[in-house]
Design a protein around this ligand. Structure first.
Ligand code: HEM
Ligand code: HEM
Length: 183
């Protein structure tokens, strides 16, 4: 177990946090996109709404933990990639962080304005605003719009990681993968 980034790889907590965040974001999308399979007011749909909020809030907490771990030098990519795409990827990364912080806050605002119960697992969170149908409509449009942008950001980010691995053949992705156990 390595608690610090080393020159070849992210630290174990940083790697664990990254892949946990991936699972949570996928779960948040899956629970939201599958809700229309069930009728409004059905127990399954209510369960999906709770699971959606839970995954979203956990992603929110995880992103701050990962940001705290990010302090300190990043392991350099070997061999060094061209500079321009690297700057573009850094910008993508900043947008990804902004998305991961904004999405749960917008969801919280939306649920508050809808007057819905805001559960975070066994806890109930306070409403950010009193019920307000007009604000709920706007917040829903913002949350949905940001979700569409999120698909593009996540797709671009994962695509870039695969380009590094398969085309540039550097260690960008390997730095973020758990180390294989030696026999
Ligand atoms: C990473 C975090 C999140 C992601 C990626 C996400 C994604 C989504 C998506 C894709 C939708 C469906 C939009 C559509 O219909 O096109 C949605 C709806 C919704 N989300 Fe989130 N969400 C996140 C966090 C949250 C959080 C923390 C809450 C807090 C309660 C929340 C509350 C809602 C609500 C209330 C809806 C609308 C459901 C409805 O009225 O039908 N979301 N979200
Ligand atoms: C929901 C999906 C994902 C989210 C939200 C996400 C989020 C993030 C974030 C916030 C970072 C930190 C960037 C930084 O601090 O510099 C990161 C780094 C990274 N991610 Fe992801 N990621 C996702 C999916 C993936 C996938 C599918 C792959 C691989 C195919 C991947 C590979 C990487 C790599 C290699 C890095 C290190 C980038 C570098 O330091 O150069 N990610 N990811």
């Amino acid at each position: 177990m390595r608690w610090q980034n080393d020159p070849h790889r992210y630290s174990s907590p940083s790697i664990a946090m990254h892949w946990a965040m991936v699972l949570l974001v996928v779960a948040a999308y899956a629970t939201a996109e599958s809700r229309d399979l069930f009728a409004q007011g059905s127990p399954q749909r209510d369960w999906l709404a709770c699971a959606h909020a839970f995954a979203g809030f956990c992603a929110f907490v995880t992103v701050f933990a990962r940001l705290a771990l990010r302090a300190g030098p990043r392991p350099p990519i070997v061999p060094a990639p061209p500079r321009l795409p690297e700057r573009f990827e850094l910008a993508l990364c900043v947008l990804l962080y902004a998305f991961l912080v904004a999405m749960p806050l917008l969801g919280w605002l939306l649920a508050s304005a809808q007057g819905a119960r805001i559960a975070f697992g066994p806890f109930e969170l306070p409403a950010l605003v009193p019920p307000d149908p007009a604000l709920a409509q706007r917040a829903q449009a913002w949350h949905e719009g940001a979700a569409s942008v999120g698909y593009a950001l996540v797709g671009g980010h994962a695509g870039a990681a695969l380009v590094h691995h398969w085309l540039l053949r550097d260690d960008a992705l390997r730095r973020m993968l758990p180390r294989r156990r030696r026999r």
